[in-house]
Write a protein that binds this ligand. Structure first.
Ligand SMILES: NC(=O)c1ccc[n+]([C@@H]2O[C@H](COP(=O)([O-])OP(=O)(O)OC[C@H]3O[C@@H](n4cnc5c(N)ncnc54)[C@H](OP(=O)(O)O)[C@@H]3O)[C@@H](O)[C@H]2O)c1
Length: 289
C-alpha cells in the first residue's frame, strides 16, 4: 500500500507521517505549502505523479469559532476541496481516507441517555455549528462520489504534534496558579496515534464507509484536566466551571461521545481507555517539556 498524506503539517498529518516512516510504509506527505488542497491543479499533479493506493486527507479548516464568521473559507476547504479530492481519487483508483468530527452531531446533554454508548455511525448528523456543518457536508460529498473511501470521525483529538487540550493544559499549568475548566461538555478523546493505528486496521481489513475512532469512557474537559495534572504529577488547583462562564463564538456540544462499537468489531483495531491513551501521550510529550 502506497500512501499520500495531505495536510501533513497538522496534528494528525504529522502523526500519520511519523507512523508511516516508523512502520516502513511507502509514502509521500505534503503540507499546505507543497499541496494546497483548494488548488485543483496542485492536487491533481500530486495524485497523478505519485499514484498512491491510499490518499489520507488530514487537511481541514479546523478553527471551530472562526467558521462562524468565515463560512466561505470553511466551505472551500471542508466541502469543495474534499469533493474535488474524492472525484480525483475515484478517477485515479485511489482509496480516500478522510477525517471528520463529533461536531457533526447535535450534542444535546439528554443524548447521553438516548445514546449512552455514544452517537452511532448510523445516526443522521445534525450539526450545531458551522464547523460541524462544513464537515458533515464534506462527508456527504465523499459519499456521493464514486471514490472508494473511509470516513473516520474523531473527537477531542490529542497527539504529540500541533496544538490540543493536553498540551494547552500543561502550558497553562506552568503559567498559572489555578486552572479553570468546563465540566458540562462531555465526550471521550481520540488519541492521534491510536486514530492512525485504527485507520490502518480499517484499511488492512478492507472496511469502507464511516467509522468512529475514539477512546473508551466518558469524561468532561474538567475530568480530563484533573487526570492530566494527576498523571503529569503537577500539583495545581483545577476549578470546574460551566460553559456559560466561557462564552465562545461557536456553540459547543454538551455531549459528543462517539460510539466505538463498530470499530470494536474490526480485526486489528486497538481500543484504548482514555487514561491509557493519555499515559502514552504524556510519555511522548515528556521529551518536549
Ligand atoms: N482537533 C480536533 O480536536 C479534532 C476533533 C475531531 C476531528 N478532527 C478532524 O481531524 C482532522 C485533522 O485535524 P487536526 O487536529 O490534525 O487539524 P490541524 O492540526 O488544524 O491540521 C489541519 C491541517 O490542514 C492544513 N491545511 C489548511 N488549509 C490547507 C490547504 N488549503 N491545503 C492543504 N492543507 C491545508 C493545515 O496546514 P497549515 O498549518 O499549513 O495551514 C494543517 O496542517 C480534521 O479533519 C479535523 O476536522 C479534529
Amino acid at each position: 500500500m502506497k500512501f499520500l498524506v495531505l495536510g501533513a503539517g497538522g496534528q494528525l498529518g504529522r502523526e500519520w507521517k511519523r507512523y508511516l516512516e516508523q512502520e516502513g510504509y511507502e509514502h509521500d506527505a505534503f503540507g499546505s505549502s507543497k499541496v494546497d488542497i483548494t488548488d485543483r491543479l496542485s492536487v491533481f499533479e500530486a495524485l497523478n505523479e505519485n499514484r498512491p493506493d491510499v490518499v489520507v486527507n488530514c487537511a481541514a479548516y479546523t478553527d471551530v469559532d472562526g467558521a462562524e464568521d468565515h463560512w466561505n473559507e470553511a466551505r472551500e476547504l471542508n466541502i469543495d476541496a474534499v469533493e474535488n479530492l474524492a472525484n480525483l481519487c475515484s478517477d485515479l483508483n485511489a482509496t480516500l481516507v478522510h477525517y471528520s468530527t463529533d461536531y457533526v452531531f447535535p450534542g444535546r446533554a439528554e443524548d447521553a441517555d438516548t445514546y449512552p454508548d455514544g452517537y452511532p455511525e448510523s445516526l443522521t448528523p445534525d450539526p450545531l455549528n458551522n464547523y460541524g456543518l462544513s464537515k458533515f457536508r464534506g462527508e456527504q460529498k465523499i459519499k456521493q462520489s464514486n471514490a472508494d473511501h473511509l470516513i473516520i470521525r474523531a473527537a477531542w483529538l490529542c497527539g504529540q504534534f500541533g496544538s490540543n487540550f493536553v498540551k494547552t493544559m500543561l502550558r497553562l499549568a506552568r503559567e498559572r496558579d489555578k486552572l479553570t475548566v468546563v465540566n458540562d461538555q462531555k465526550s471521550a478523546p481520540s488519541l492521534a496515534r491510536n486514530v492512525v493505528e485504527n485507520s490502518i486496521a480499517l484499511l488492512e481489513s478492507r472496511q469502507r464507509g464511516i467509522y468512529h475512532a475514539a477512546s473508551e469512557g466518558l469524561i468532561s474537559w474538567y475530568d480530563y484536566a484533573c487526570e492530566i495534572m494527576n498523571q503529569a504529577g503537577i500539583d495545581i488547583e483545577v476549578e470546574p466551571v460551566s460553559s456559560d462562564e466561557f462564552p465562545q463564538e461557536a456553540r459547543r456540544p454538551a455531549y459528543s461521545k462517539l460510539s466505538i462499537e463498530k470499530l470494536r468489531k474490526v480485526e486489528g483495531a486497538r481500543i484504548i481507555g482514555w487514561k491509557e491513551g493519555l499515559r502514552a501521550l504524556l510519555a511522548d510529550l515528556i521529551d518536549d517539556l
